[in-house]
Structure formats: structure tokens, C-alpha cells
Ligand binder design. Sequence first.
Ligand code: IPE
Ligand code: IPE
Ligand code: MG
Length: 261
Amino acid sequence: MCSPVSYKVGVVLAWFRKKNALTLADLTPDMLPSHIGFIMDGNGRWAKKRGLARTMGHVAGAKVFRKIVKACEARGIRSATFYAFSTENWKRPQEEVDAIMNLLRDYLKESLADFKSENIRTKFIGDRAPLAADIVALIEEAEAETAHKTGLTLNIALNYGGRHELVLAARDLARQVLDGKLSPQDITEQRISDALDTVGQPDPDLIVRPSGEFRTSNFLLWQSAYAEYVFMDVLWPDFTEEHLDRAILQYAQRNRRFGGV
Ligand code: IPE
Ligand code: IPE
Ligand code: MG
């Protein structure tokens, strides 16, 4: 049993820790990540735990996506990239792929109505070639309608794969060399960055992966060279603003050296 003295010590220690714990309010804007990447993983397991179809997990995940976009904006984050569908996710049953694409259609149609009241610039990264024509049209409309917005830049990674993005960039640069517009020695890190879907955007400072997996799954391979990773043991449909704040606080306490001392 706990003695009265150790109980008091415990209470004082808890008070001291709470008093000294960093909160979001303690962070100055330069301590916030400018760009956060989210690997929205764990929808299927969330549904399975509840005896539901995997697609219900995606429905729940889509709601959380909307909430976390707003939370990023409210916290003054400049860019956020959400991994919605990878180049490898086509391997899933057709029914699941269709359900994800339908959720995306719903989101885009609904957002087109919301865009006027929001200050979010929406962009899509990933290869659009295999997407349905109506989805591509909605994506283009969403990008055009929000291009002038000055708040959060929201990137949705759809049919995105870091390796595939680099392959397309390599083809693009090779074509320029063949056309005599570029010489091989002019291919620099900057040229490669500029040939990627994220051209002109800052690299992610922080990448958050919920679901308890410790891997990147082909997300922003080139851009994440110096990103800080936060892996969280929560399934994406259970991800809340508190998890976001915890990830930002962990990030703010990291010592980024970029190869220096
Ligand atoms: C992430 O959740 C959503 C997509 C990949 C589209 P998952 O569907 O991968 O969920 P788990 O990992 O199977 O639980
Ligand atoms: C990563 O999740 C892709 C997205 C979140 C869109 P996956 O569920 O596809 O990743 P793996 O298969 O567990 O690596
Ligand atoms: Mg998964």
C-alpha cells in the first residue's frame, strides 16, 4: 500500500510534470511544422473490430479526414498532405476500390459547395491517368476553384506512389534531354524536385502514421529525406485533434540537424 509520504510525493511530481509539460499554446509559429503528411491507415482494422465491412472503415476514415483538415487549418499549418490511395491499393478487391472512389466523389461534390466559405487550396498529387473521367473532372474543378486561396494547402495523394512519381519525373527529364532542352549535368536535386507532383511546395517536416505500422508505404519518398516521423498506435478512424496535437508537440521537441552538428 502507498504510504502518506509517497502519496504526497506522487501528487507533487504529477503537479510538477503537468506544470512543465509543453502544450500547443507554448509553441511559437516557427516551432510548428509547415507541412505535415498523414498516412491515413487502419480503416479496415477499425471496421473489423466492430464486425463491420472494411468499406465502413473508409466511411469513418473520410469523416476524420475532414475533421483533421480543419484542425490543421485552425492550428496555422501551411500545408498538409493526406495519403488517400496508393499505387499499390489497386490490388484490393474491386468492391473496396469502388467504395473508396465513391467516397472521394462524394467528398469532392460536397467540397465544391463548401469551397466558397473556406480558405483552403486543394491540390491532388498522384497519377490521374487511370482514374475515372468524372473524378478527374471533379479534381480539376476543385483545383481551379481553390487555386487563389491563401490558407492551408491541402494535398490529397490519390493513386500516389513515391517510386511511380520518381519514374514519371525521370521520363520527363529524359524527354527534355532527348529534345536538347536539358543536358544531363543540369539534372540537379532542384530539377528533380521540380519534376515531382509537389513542385513548389515545402518538403514535409512531419509525417504522422497512425495504425501501429512502422513504415512509409511509398509515401513522399523523395520529399521526406529529412522529415520527422511520428508513429501512433491508433487506427485512423479513431484519430482526433488530441493525437494531432501530440504529434506536433513531439515534433517541436525533436532536434533536427540536417546532417550538421
Ligand atoms: C487505409 O486504411 C486506407 C487506404 C489504404 C485506402 P486500410 O484500408 O489500409 O486499413 P487497414 O490497414 O487494412 O486496417
Ligand atoms: C498506406 O496504407 C496507403 C494509404 C494510407 C493510402 P496501406 O494499408 O496501403 O499500407 P501497407 O500495405 O500496410 O504498407
Ligand atoms: Mg492499411
